[in-house]
Design a protein around this ligand. Structure first.
Ligand SMILES: [Zn+2]
Length: 221
């Protein structure tokens, strides 16, 4: 199966989403070393990122602009865009719905459970995303956990979250100018070494973006 065609299965409640409010810092979840238990609540939404070393030698993550992206255009060995996905995840640590960024290892792990007839529909049971020690390969593994129905409170927490947090905001590619600004590059500094390199890398960025599955995050229906 191609990574571009992944669907996990959405949770749908048929209740109206609460509108407005905006996101908070607590809406985001980081995977910790060891166990990360919870429930996948949405299909994965793909986007692309770069890890770039800035002038101070610090590694910084920026979303790929996909078209005319200054990092793609620079075309260095470490400048290739990397695919990432956002999912809505009910964390069992604090019982709250979060936005969780995952890599292809986690996507493949979840997809393996979805395709396993003993498990199937991912929104019906908890999973444990295990993060290994730094440098380990694979870094992540996904195992099924408890099969329990979501409570009414958890369902309304998801409805509230979906109405308040605009997922599209985090996966929509920034403009090339915004990418340059974030990295402290003067606009236009990311000039390609050669036009061949430029077009090759621009294409790779655009292809990652095009792979993003058309997933509807509207939970109203
Ligand atoms: Zn890029």
């Amino acid at each position: 199966m191609k990574m571009s065609e992944i669907t996990f299965g959405e949770v749908e409640w048929g209740s109206a989403a609460v509108s407005g409010g905006g996101n908070r810092a607590s809406d985001f979840m980081q995977l910790e070393q060891g166990d990360n238990k919870g429930r996948v609540l949405s299909n994965p939404q793909q986007f692309a990122v770069h890890w770039v070393v800035d002038e101070t030698g610090k590694k910084r993550k920026v979303n790929c602009a996909t078209t005319g992206c200054p990092v793609c255009l620079r075309g260095g060995d470490t400048d290739k865009p990397q695919a990432r996905w956002l999912i809505k995840f009910l964390s069992r640590k604090d019982g709250a719905v979060k936005l969780l960024e995952i890599t292809s290892q986690v996507v493949k792990g979840v997809q393996g459970l979805v395709q396993d007839p003993d498990w199937g529909q991912i929104t019906d049971y908890d999973i444990n995303i295990k993060r290994a020690a730094p440098g380990a390969q694979p870094l992540y593994s996904v195992v099924p956990s408890r099969r329990v129905p979501l409570t009414a409170e958890e369902k309304s927490a998801l409805t509230e979250f979906s109405g308040r947090v605009d997922v599209a905001r985090f996966i929509t590619p920034p403009t090339p100018a915004v990418v340059s600004e974030k990295l402290g590059w003067t606009v236009g500094a990311g000039k390609p070494k050669t036009s061949a390199v430029s077009s090759a890398f621009e294409t790779s960025g655009a292809q990652v973006a095009k792979k993003a599955p058309a997933v509807d995050f509207d939970f109203d229906s």
